[in-house]
Design a protein around this ligand. Structure first.
Ligand code: DGJ
Length: 741
């Protein structure tokens, strides 16, 4: 949101320049001489060097050096005449053919050579951010590329993207138009990234990079992050992902449609990372004078391991990257796993009563409340017809929402506005709005089709769905926005011959709708859900307060999913619900305490039928929810320290510490039986004041699993190995609250 405004203003200059270039009156005059362009944060520095030839190369991204002008005569020892230089925005052309390119263009005469040279740069201080715009230009083709770097000094984060302007008199075709490229020197690189599938998202994968190319990408159109997340960490000169030491580079792309990130160890051993929109079936015709804006890539670099890199990203996300980031969002009961499609008003009121009784703060009515001619009583009908099903809720949504409000709770509702069931009024009225290829079957998935968001009429419709649902009641506080399938038989009636624009314009269309929604509804909480974690990225999070981390609510599976998610995304966005056992996805049976303790390390919610809980379970839920409220500000706003990884041992443990180090909460989970003699775990806590004295209290139990419970210890003792709770049987777990005395 904030950056959108900034970009509009910042775009004026390039537009004027491009108009002049179009007239053909202004040929770029390349500035002579070498130049160092430092982009700095408190602890890191990205240094770009303009060479004598006008080429822009990347000479450093790492710890900050006091005098970056020392890079003026820096030699990369790379033979530029072989095309091996660390070109900052490598375009196909001249000698640059052998590495992965960031930019590839076909000109009107069919030639494909682009040679970018430095033209100018400007630095603008925006208060707590510094924006550097570097303008490159091709003297012959008048193509201009602006590279924008937005430095967030306190968070050690740099955002970068490119803006490509056609300064010629004829159309050009962009074949590849990445956001950026990054070069990293080192002897060894461990890439950590996240693969998965439905109900199994964000599975950590670590691989030492050999020579050649590793690609993470999405070609799914929608649900772009379900199988690979557009984010990663690279441990430099290491084959281990270490938590608190070691050099780590982390990146995350702000884009919710097809993306591609390539990691290439080139012939010189250097790692080159290119990230941006996936060029797959997406060549883009750019008319004279037009500018294409690529999505931002978020970068951070830390000398304090994965933990340091995550804390940088989280701090940035809470302050700048996530809509409403860092604010405490309400605990809730979601109706899905408790009622699915089978409910009427009394079911909902009863759930609201139970939720209020347990101390939850919001009730969310999930799928199934709409559809008249085609009632949504299952997933086969009704999607697209956003009219209340009065057979289920004759009194109206406002009645249910007001009931929740009268109980002191908020109210939320589910929509899936980008999709349509063939069995719906919408599908019959607007068959041309469906993504399809003429003469072909339109494949169904979950009995539904995808609407074509590249079409402005569809954008208006999707906006209208949100708007009309909000108008069902003045008491709607939260909207869960779902998106339950990927594209297939890809085609757009609206785009005609320009089918290649569909993937890109779907993404742009989505953001334009979300931006419009935010202008009208700045205060409504929005959960970004896509069959769980199909849209977990910093592009969507510019508009959404949280993500539905996964449809898998099993606490054991969640330990893997939430650990990995925490590497890149902050806990404030991670919705985590306590559900029934056997778990509906995995079939696992875990204790209620384990389920609560797992959910309490993110945004706590419940997703079950409270009527099915025993009195004792309800009492436990009340206690856990009320205790969560005493420390949840740490989960939402504190610094995360991961203490044990579920991928590397039998325990998962993490802690959140307040920025003044006066309070902390520690979560410990045993995932596998240890043994009766040595069971338990010694966990050196992290992030405390070594000289501070902390009282330690285990929550949620009457008998603690740690001998030190209720006592006061100095930070150095707790950090030095004194904390060794006995959490040793499978699904045993503990939550400790620490407060400085
Ligand atoms: C998929 C979501 O991830 C679930 O939480 C639920 O909202 C269903 N869709 C409803 O159809």
């Amino acid at each position: 949101m904030r950056r959108q405004t900034l970009l509009t203003a910042a775009n004026l200059l390039p537009l004027i320049l491009s108009a002049l270039l179009c007239l053909g009156t202004l040929l770029p005059a390349f500035a002579d001489g070498k130049k160092v362009i430092p982009i700095e944060t408190d602890n890191t520095q990205l240094v770009l060097l303009v060479e004598e030839s006008g080429s822009l190369i990347t000479v450093h991204y790492g710890p900050r050096v006091e005098d970056p002008t020392q890079f003026l005569d820096y030699s990369t020892h790379r033979a530029n005449e072989h095309g091996c230089g660390p070109v900052t925005y490598p375009a196909i052309g001249s000698r640059y053919l052998i590495g992965q390119e960031a930019l590839s263009v076909i000109y009107p005469d069919g030639y494909r050579n682009t040679e970018l040279r430095y033209l100018s740069h400007e630095v603008r201080n925006l208060g707590e951010r510094v924006l550097t715009r570097i303008t490159l230009s091709d003297e012959l083709t008048h193509l201009r590329v602006d590279l924008l770097y937005e430095a967030y000094p306190h968070e050690d984060v740099i955002l970068t993207h490119s803006e490509i302007t056609n300064g010629d008199r004829k159309d050009v075709t962009l074949m590849k138009y990445a956001s950026c490229s990054m070069h990293v020197e080192g002897e060894q690189f461990l890439l950590s990234h996240f693969h998965g599938s439905w109900a199994d998202e964000m599975q950590l994968e670590r691989e030492v990079l050999g020579h050649g190319i590793v690609t993470i990408e999405s070609r799914r159109g929608t649900q772009a992050t379900q199988c690979n997340n557009p984010s990663f960490m690279v441990s430099i000169n290491s084959d281990r992902l270490t938590e608190e030491y070691g050099e780590v580079l982390a990146g995350a792309l702000c884009w919710s449609a097809n993306y591609q990130i390539t990691f290439e160890r080139d012939e010189t051993g250097r790692l080159n990372i290119i990230s941006g929109i996936n060029p797959f079936n997406s060549e883009y015709r750019l008319s004279p004078g037009k500018t294409f804006l690529t999505p931002d890539m978020v970068w951070t670099r830390s000398s304090n391991g994965a933990g340091g890199a995550s804390r940088n990203l989280h701090a940035w996300a809470r302050r700048w990257g996530v809509y409403g980031g860092g604010e405490v969002n309400p605990t809730l009961l979601n109706s899905w796993e408790g009622a699915y499609f089978s409910f009427t008003t009394p079911t909902l009121l009863r759930m609201i009563d139970d939720a209020a009784d347990m101390g939850l703060e919001m009730f969310v009515l999930d799928d199934g409340w709409f559809g008249v001619e085609y009632p949504r009583n299952g997933d086969a009908a009704g999607l697209g017809d956003w009219v209340l099903n009065t057979k289920k809720i004759p009194e109206g949504i406002d009645y249910v929402a007001s009931y929740a409000h009268a109980k002191g709770m908020k109210f939320g509702i589910w929509i899936e506005p980008e999709m349509v069931n063939p069995d719906s009024r919408l599908a019959h009225e607007h068959p041309d709005w469906v993504i399809q290829s003429p003469g072909r079957e339109i494949p169904q998935s979950r009995n539904q089709w995808v609407l074509d968001l590249s079409n402005p009429q569809v954008q208006d419709f999707v906006y209208g769905v949100f708007d009309s649902v909000m108008k069902l009641s003045p008491h709607i506080d939260y909207v869960k926005w779902d998106c339950n399938r990927i594209m297939a038989s890809v085609g757009s009636k609206y785009l005609g011959k320009e089918q290649n624009r569909l993937f890109v314009e779907y993404g742009q269309g989505l953001y334009s709708v979300l931006a419009r929604i935010r202008r009208t509804y700045p205060d409504v909480l929005i959960q970004c859900c896509s069959s769980g974690g199909g849209r977990v990225d910093y592009g969507a999070l510019r508009y959404c307060n949280e993500i539905w981390t996964s449809d898998n609510t099993d606490a054991l599976c969640r330990s893997y999913i939430q650990y990995s998610t925490s590497l890149i995304y902050p806990a404030c966005v991670m919705a985590s619900h306590v559900s029934a056992v056997p778990n509906h996805q995995s079939g696992n049976v875990t204790p209620l305490k384990f389920r609560f303790d797992m959910a309490c390390s993110g945004r706590l919610g419940m997703e079950l039928q409270p009527r099915n809980l025993t009195a004792a379970e309800k009492e436990y839920a009340k206690r856990a929810i009320s205790e969560y409220k005493t420390y949840r500000d740490l989960v939402f706003k504190g610094d995360l320290y991961r203490l044990a990884s579920p991928y590397d041992g039998d325990h998962y443990a993490l802690m959140y510490v307040s920025s003044d180090k006066s309070r902390a909460v520690v979560f410990v989970y045993c995932l596998k039986y240890e043994n009766r003699e040595t069971g338990g775990i010694t966990l050196p806590l992290t992030g405390l004041d070594p000289k501070g004295r902390y009282s330690v209290k285990e929550l949620g139990v009457d008998r603690s699993c740690w001998w030190g419970d209720g006592k006061t210890f100095q930070g150095d003792f707790l950090q030095g190995g004194g904390f060794n709770p006995r959490v040793r049987t499978q699904f045993a777990s503990a939550v400790f609250y620490l407060e400085a005395r």
